[in-house]
Ligand binder design. Structure first.
Ligand SMILES: *Cc1c(COP(=O)(O)O)cnc(C)c1O
Ligand SMILES: [Zn+2]
Length: 415
């Protein structure tokens, strides 16, 4: 049973039922799902959660009502790993990786899509759609295939080949737009008006979509043995994930499921698309849109919808946000792989490089615990590494040639 009570305007506080609505009638502000946490207290317990399924739906009580059953491909309940070797390189005491590469379609987007399409089905929609930088399209197409819905996913036409293939394979309509994500998003807002029966996960279903990200905070807390981490590093595209991770920690504290204070959140962006990091560094109230130019395509949103809320969260709790060049993104994809055996997409490189940057400038405390969210799998952005991650040597099929190469390169690597 869900303790969701309705939708709440984030600007003026107006309330609405949990219906198909995403902006406020009075002020056009964005809406978010509200819960009766008083009623949930004592009902939603550690035991009730622990007896739930090994997916994000173990937190169903704190998510929007999915109707008869959730659209569940198995998103969430991904591993939280202690990263001792990477911690040593970075000079920090306690580092954890939230490994969201392990979701059904290889990115954290499965959490938000599972949530959005469950609500969409309950509300009577019949077609799944989205505006996407790649990973969302893949996840929407997969979840739609899973429930037998048509899907229309809209992406920039020049995305990584692997992301296009991973979306098209599920059989929906994939529209490649000659433009960047902000063009795609503008087009989708127009399409929503023309197709009121289409559920655009991140447009007209956005209040429901966003709630899925809270499960990252819930899982991190539960997997640490019902303890809060001190600091969490979150990649930022539209900023939805970061603001909802913050909401998740606050709800767990309010419910008395965990003691202590909420962790300080830290953002991560690529310098080729860093509208939030730039506004933060300049102390600006408003975010100036940017034209993205980075290999971190999944984070390439030049005009982030939740950017102002990210600034509020970072500023009110002593957070910070990194901005890292493509060269460091590639270097940190490799560093993560070599030290921890985790292959992340470019967004993961952004997270680790930003973590390193904020340790260096002293905003992240190396003596307090840190969780880094690794939000997408490296196979999604193979293009970024195929030229550098290559065979060590090409040899003749003979024992002598193999032994010679092994002696030469393995000893070299060990030195
Ligand atoms: C979408 C995405 C994010 C964060 O997106 P928000 O729009 O800020 O919620 C982070 N990492 C990856 C890999 C993504 O696809
Ligand atoms: Zn309002």
């Amino acid at each position: 049973m869900s303790f969701a009570t309705g939708l709440l305007c984030r600007e003026c506080g107006s309330t609405y039922p949990t219906e198909a609505r995403y902006s406020c009638d009075f002020c056009f502000g964005p809406l978010e799902v509200a819960y009766d946490l008083e009623a949930a207290k004592g009902v939603v317990t550690r035991e009730s959660i622990e007896s739930g399924p090994n997916s994000m739906w173990r937190y169903a009580a704190l998510l929007p009502d999915p109707g008869e059953e959730p659209v569940d491909l198995g998103a969430g309940w991904t591993p939280l790993r202690r990263a001792t070797r990477l911690a040593e390189v970075l000079g920090v005491k306690e580092l954890w990786l939230k490994d969201d590469t392990r979701n059904p379609t290889g990115s954290f987007k499965d959490r938000v899509v599972s949530c959005a399409l469950s609500s969409a089905r309950r509300l009577g929609f019949t077609t799944a759609a989205c505006a996407s930088t790649g990973n969302l399209a893949t996840s929407v197409a997969a979840h739609a295939a899973f429930i037998g819905w048509p899907s229309v996913t809209i992406i920039p036409s020049d995305l990584e080949k692997s992301k296009i293939a991973m979306t098209a394979i599920f059989g929906g309509t994939v529209l490649g737009v000659e433009g960047n994500y902000d063009d795609v998003n503008r087009l989708c807002v127009e399409l929503v008006a023309e197709h009121p029966d289409w559920a655009f996960a991140n447009v007209n279903l956005r209040p429901y979509y966003a709630e899925g990200s809270k499960t990252l905070a819930y899982e991190i807390t539960e997997q640490l043995g019902w303890k809060l981490p001190d600091q969490v590093v979150v990649p930022v595209a539209s900023g939805s994930q970061l603001t909802k991770v913050a909401k998740g920690f606050k709800e767990f504290i309010e419910l008395g499921l965990v003691e202590g204070t909420a962790p300080i959140l830290f953002g991560a962006q690529a310098s080729g698309c860093s509208p939030v990091a730039t506004a933060f560094a300049e102390g600006a109230e408003v975010i100036t849109p940017q034209r993205p130019n980075t290999i971190a395509r999944s984070l390439a949103i030049g005009n982030p919808a939740d950017g102002p809320y990210v600034l509020d969260e970072l500023r009110s709790h002593g957070g910070d946000i990194g901005s890292v060049p493509d060269s460091e993104i590639l270097e940190c994809i490799e560093l993560l792989a070599k030290t921890e055996g985790v292959f992340a997409e470019t967004a993961g490189g952004v997270t680790i490089a930003s973590l390193r940057q904020m340790i260096k400038r002293g905003t992240i405390d190396p003596n307090k615990s840190i969780v880094a969210i690794i939000s997408g799998h490296g196979l999604k952005t193979l293009d970024a590494v195929v030229d550098t991650a290559v065979v060590t040597a090409t040899i003749k099929p003979s024992l002598a040639a193999a032994e010679e190469a092994i002696a030469r390169y393995t000893l070299e690597a060990a030195r």
